[in-house]
Design a binder for this molecule. Structure first.
Ligand SMILES: Nc1ncnc2c1ncn2[C@@H]1O[C@H](COP(=O)(O)OP(=O)(O)OP(=O)(O)O)[C@@H](O)[C@H]1O
Ligand SMILES: [Mg+2]
Length: 238
């Protein structure tokens, strides 16, 4: 049984129908990449899982339980945490306070000690007393991931974590995330940076215009320059 399962999911913003009969399954401890062009429906797919899309239809189960009628809070309390595209950091609080707030707001799961996060994110350890607004984009992204991780998610949803980051920061984030995925956490990651996502993931889904276009292992996808070309407008993966 998959940890997360979407079956024939349709998603809507008002009268605009943007997801069409989408199927997706994530097994426990798997890292799945969700790929597709701008506007393909990646963020919307994550929103159908967190319940923040205005309207959705179709099957949605988590750990075998139907969550399709759960509220946003109920879904979060089940251990599904999202790091959104726009980073969620409190600008006037320090790094340490940002962590403490995330820990104290945890509900439904047992939070991890703040000190554990500094071990995973040594960059943040050095910035404990710095305010959120004074962090670079990369540091804010690290803090956003740390804030989600401190809540011990069963399923971590990462929406384009590398967006807008300098290449050297992307490398740092990669090191951190590769450590994170070694732990007891299941990850669904969307990326325009295909290499980044495929280096982390074991399987991938490609969506195009709100529909399933392809899914399979990363090893298979790496042999399919045609798919990358057709659906992602990038050349072959190195
Ligand atoms: N709040 C909204 N209201 C109306 N339409 C929306 C809204 N958000 C997204 N859409 C539309 O839904 C479709 C899917 O958008 P979505 O944000 O899921 O794409 P995406 O794959 O995440 O793209 P990107 O790579 O640019 O982040 C697009 O056609 C988009 O214009
Ligand atoms: Mg998006």
């Amino acid at each position: 049984m998959s940890l997360l399962e979407l079956t024939d999911v349709n998603g809507y913003y008002g009268n605009s129908h943007v997801l069409f009969d989408l199927d997706l399954a994530v097994d426990r401890n798997e890292v799945i990449a969700l790929l597709g062009r701008n506007g393909a429906g990646k963020t919307t797919t994550l929103r159908t899982v967190t319940g923040t899309i205005p309207r959705r239809q179709g099957g949605l189960t988590f750990d075998g339980t139907d969550i399709s009628h759960d509220s946003v809070d109920e879904i979060s309390n089940r251990g599904i945490k999202l790091v959104p595209e726009e980073r969620r950091v409190f600008p006037t609080l320090t790094v340490h306070e940002n962590m403490q707030v995330a820990r104290d707001m945890t509900s439904g799961t047992e939070p991890r000690p703040v000190e554990e996060m500094y071990e995973i994110f040594p960059v943040l350890d050095e910035l404990r007393e710095n305010r959120g607004r004074n962090l670079s984009g990369g540091e804010q992204q690290m803090l956003s991931v740390a804030r989600a991780l401190i809540q011990s998610p069963d399923l971590l949803l990462l929406d384009e974590p590398t967006e807008g980051l300098a290449p050297v920061i992307v490398d740092d984030l990669y090191d951190v995330l590769s450590e994170v995925v070694e732990q007891d956490v299941t990850v669904l990651i969307t990326e325009q940076n295909v290499d980044f996502a495929l280096d982390l993931a074991e399987r991938a889904y490609i969506i195009d215009k709100g529909s399933n276009a392809w899914d399979g292992t990363v090893a298979e996808l790496e042999q399919r320059a045609d798919l990358l070309d057709e659906y992602l407008s990038v050349g072959a993966v190195e």
